[in-house]
Design a protein around this ligand. Sequence first.
Ligand code: AMP
Ligand code: ZN
Length: 468
Amino acid sequence: MPKDFFIYNTLSKHIDKLVTIKPGRVGIYACGPTVYDYAHIGHLRTYVNNDVLRRTLEWLGYNVYQVMNITDVGHLVTDADSGDDKVEKKARKEGLTAWQIAEKYTHHFWSSLDAVNIKRPNKVAKATDHIKEMIGLVKELEDNGYTYTIENDGIYFDTSKLKDYGKLATIDLKQLKAGARVEMVAGKRQPTDFALWKFSPKDKKRQMEWDSPWGVGFPGWHIECSAMSMKYLGPTFDIHTGGVDHINVHHTNEIAQSESATGQPFAHYWIHFEHVLVEGQKMSKSKGNFYRLEDIVSKGYHPLALRYLFLTSHYRQTLDFSWQSLAAAAKAYRHLIEELVLFYYLATGQAKLDVKLKDEAVGYFSHDLKMPEAISFLWRIVKSEKLAPEVKLGTVFDLDEVLGLKLEAQIKQALAVPKEIQQLAQKRWLLKKEGKYDRADSLRLKVKARGYIIKDQNANYLVFKKLD
Ligand code: AMP
Ligand code: ZN
């Protein structure tokens, strides 16, 4: 039996105990990226948080099936069902096809996620591979009487037909309507109504378009996620995740259309991740205030130092990114590995998990993913004067199944010292024992210049590679 898990549910506005549809199994749908530009570190934080959620559930004993979409069509430059398709617009700008743009940025997305050790989803669903399912869902909504047509524009969802429209939202219906009224498409019956299927424009040839019972066009962004999540997880599934920016429009509309089509509840738990900010403003592609993983690496930081930084803040708190905070996280991460290298050496590679300590760690993760508390706990273990090195290692490695900091691999890499460096270190040790300190010191510096550190223990020494 998996252990209990509690999480803040945007739908209930409470911390709820997770009760899954099938015992021991969890289905998760994570809103994926729109692939029209490079992934920035704001996206990476959201996907690291998704990853921590998934790893926690696995660590607690659940069998997790995580689905993530790739939005390669239908996400317009505004939330108001007007304006260009982000992918098509970028294609014109870069002189590539829309398909090439999607492929290019999807590739970049995955390579960024891999670098920060995010597990790949069990199922990746590309919007353009699921047009048939989206058309099917719009047809069901039409049959159930929820749609209307705006001539030369598209098929729309009539939100006035629902009593509980906006139940997920963090603002009330009046504010939702007021927000949606900005740039409202002519012909909408309600400001909150939204496009299910858009007709291709008459004056411009789209690259991505499909036949449908209503005419040639393309799907709305919201219907994509409803169609793909329900295809792979069923009409009702356990958890739906995304950034907080999706609560009031995208996810609100996903719920409206999914529940109107099936007559059943959509997702039971809604988990939303807070944003990365830069000087108080959301990091975003449109504001141009973003950093990519490449910027982090080119300044000499390890990608996992960024992951460490993300782990030091709770997922429901914003994270104000600064180079100083990244530098502090990188220092802590390097220090952590150096400490663990020493325990690894002292424990001669043995690792022993302490079940009581694990229980304490479970307490942090299973109650609303208290990541900063888990990081403090990790340091208490590392710094403890009571625990044996093998217990420290065993407990920390177990915790790292959730943290994903690749601690064991980093230690092994640090201890893979080339023969010539080992020989230099050995020579220096002998000189030191003979009291020839000047010569011993100059050898230590030589080893250091090559990127290796020597740490003396009582009757021996340890040499390892400095984390790069
Ligand atoms: P998008 O490609 O814009 O749809 O974004 C993909 C995911 O990243 C969504 O879940 C967004 O909420 C999330 N996201 C976008 N910007 C940020 C940010 N600055 N910080 C954290 N998450 C973000
Ligand atoms: Zn989505």
